[in-house]
Design a protein around this ligand. Structure first.
Ligand code: SAM
Length: 354
């Protein structure tokens, strides 16, 4: 007899369990396996996943439905509104967390469902280590101060990239006393850490910026960081403090409108437009329009007013990211590095790689 088909919701939960394990979160691996079993048994997970009950597997993942579920539990834990859930999360004990959230999914169903109605929005600070090499290459090639324009900046945590301390294999860069410290599994040579870097202007946009002054939005952002990834949690909290202390601001705007209004070459400076893990969120025609607009801005560059386009984006459908730099005048694309989705690994090639 054929095995009965596992419904897409349960399949998505258990596939996400495997992904969490592979990406270094055994805790969420276990919690999501329990959630899949609970859904099949008709437990409280079923009511929370009801909006996706008729969706196919692809839609479950496009909507990041399983991540909304674990994010909703974690937000409750961070809020302190359900002490049993908070205590269990503090102990990082999967069995205790499951016991507490199983009760909470009944008692706080509406609150959790409200949280899950939002699409997850993250801001991965570690991506700054993959972008840093690009900024250094631009500073070295132009010898000019930088104006940094970040699109799709989320909470704007990577706008402070030059305020962080980095270790890239054998070399370091940045203020040794910086509160945000970033390292990674680095392969290949070193970026030009000797280049003089001075950021004289920075600005950012997102179509849905996270307001770090709002404690609810801040907690929502942190709740998507997996609870057993302590290093990421420490880093994001430190980066939030840096952003607040430096009054980092992300304007609410669509990328194309904002680039058209804000980005233009300026004599005596290098104007750098950059982004990470954003391109896939735009429809194909918007991607083409934005690429054409950037090329148009690049065509106005002069040796005294260069323009750079630096990005860390997935290569096709693969989780591997390409870190690419285009520098005008010239306008040749250079693959600087490959990186993992969270930049936990970086393989550096540099600007002279062909
Ligand atoms: C996966 S997040 C990446 C955030 C950040 N760049 C990072 O690497 O951590 C994608 C971001 O793109 C933003 N976004 C998507 N489409 C956009 C658009 N057309 N204009 C501006 N922001 C957009 C989303 O709001 C979200 O903050």
């Amino acid at each position: 007899m054929d095995e009965p088909e596992i419904p897409a919701v349960a399949k998505a939960l258990s596939l996400q369990a495997g992904i969490c394990r592979n990406m270094g979160s055994p805790l969420n691996g276990e919690l999501l396996d329990r959630a899949a079993a609970d859904w099949l048994a008709g437990g409280p997970v079923k009511a929370l996943m009801a909006p996706w009950a008729d969706s196919n597997l692809r839609t479950q993942f496009d909507a990041a439905a399983p991540l909304r579920l674990i994010g909703s539990w974690r937000e409750l834990a961070l809020s302190g509104d359900d002490p049993a859930v908070s205590v269990a999360y503090d102990a990082l004990d999967a069995a205790a967390i499951w016991a507490a959230v199983r009760v909470a999914m009944v008692e706080h169903r509406q609150r959790l469902a409200r949280f899950m109605a939002h699409e997850p929005q993250t801001n991965e600070v570690r991506r700054s280590i993959a972008l840093l090499g690009g900024f250094l290459e631009i500073a070295k090639a132009t010898g000019l101060p930088l104006r940094c324009f970040e699109i799709a900046a989320s909470a704007g945590l990577n706008l402070s990239w030059d305020r962080y301390r980095y270790r890239m294999g054998d070399v370091t860069w940045g203020d040794p006393a910086a509160a945000v410290r970033i390292d990674t599994a680095w392969e290949g040579g070193s970026p030009p850490v000797e280049a003089r870097v001075s950021v004289i202007e920075r600005a950012a946009c997102d179509r849905r910026p996270i307001d770090l002054h709002d404690p609810d939005e801040r907690r929502r952002l942190v709740s998507y960081i997996w609870a057993d990834q302590t290093e990421r949690l420490v880093r994001i909290n430190a980066a939030i403090d840096v952003a607040l202390a430096n009054k980092v601001h992300v304007e609410r705007a669509d990328a194309i409108d904002w680039v058209r209004a804000k980005v233009a070459p300026k004599p005596g400076t290098a104007s750098v437009l950059y982004h990470s893990v954003f391109w896939q969120y735009m429809p194909a025609e918007s991607r083409e329009a934005l690429a054409a607009l950037i090329a148009e801005i690049g065509a106005q560059a002069t040796p005294d007013a260069p323009v750079a386009w630096l990005r860390m984006e997935p290569r096709g459908a693969a989780p591997l990211m390409d870190v690419t730099l285009t520098l005008w005048p010239g306008g040749e694309d250079r693959l600087l590095a490959n990186a993992g989705a969270h930049a936990a690994e970086v393989r550096w090639f540099g600007a002279n790689h062909s």
